[in-house]
Write a protein that binds this ligand. Sequence first.
Ligand code: HEC
Length: 235
Amino acid sequence: MSFFLIKTVLGWLLLLMGLTAAASMLTVMGKQDKKIPGPTLRKIHKSAGRVFFLLMLINAVMGFRFWAISGDTLSLRAVLHAVLALGLVIILFLKVAIIRAYKNLLRYAPTMGMLVFSLGFVVFLISGGYFTARSLAGEPAAVEPAPVPALGDAPNGSALFAAKCSACHFADQEDAKFGPGLASLLKKQTLPASGRPATLENVKSQILKPYQSMPAFTDFSEEEMADLLAYLKTL
Ligand code: HEC
């Protein structure tokens, strides 16, 4: 199962739990004649809330991992999702703290509960909802994050650089030879020719599928690529 599918299924469950928690408490507080007695509804609210909390934690860990793997190249949609989700987590924590420890503030709890539910709904729609809609429309939903390339042995990489790259690139200065100088390549924000973010992924992709006129190097083994990247990181 793909990362996004798991997260979307969790998202649907999360939404269901949020709905259950919200509906049960709204009935307790906002309705005179209830079909289900108040104490039962409160129990339902509490259980649904707990499952909501648990699912939220799993989703947050998955989200953070995704962020860590993709680096700061997240889509606007993912950023919105993350920011709103973090806001939701904080409000939920505050609400639980008020209910457990700061009972003088109890009058704020219902508003916070409604806010948690509303935020949850929005967070879900811009991610799981979007994913579901894309899948229904038969479109690919999102690109899986590429794993960060492995780093190998820098001295080996140095020898590879001397053999394959140094004809066109200086390693110790930024002046161009045939291609741009690669000094401090991965210590800068952007790559010298394309202006793409200076990440290992983008350097690896430059070597395999160059941006413009540089020849492609597709016959490095995994190990050689890791060595070369380790060396380029030291520049
Ligand atoms: C025949 C000359 C040549 C060789 C050999 C060569 N490059 Fe390049 N390289 C270039 C040129 C020209 C550019 C400018 C952009 C382009 O055309 O892709 C470049 C750009 C780059 C960039 C910057 C990419 C960007 O997005 O700005 C990196 C990093 C790079 N080369 C790494 C390497 C490495 C590592 C090797 C050895 C495996 C290598 N190059 C071998 C000519 C070369």
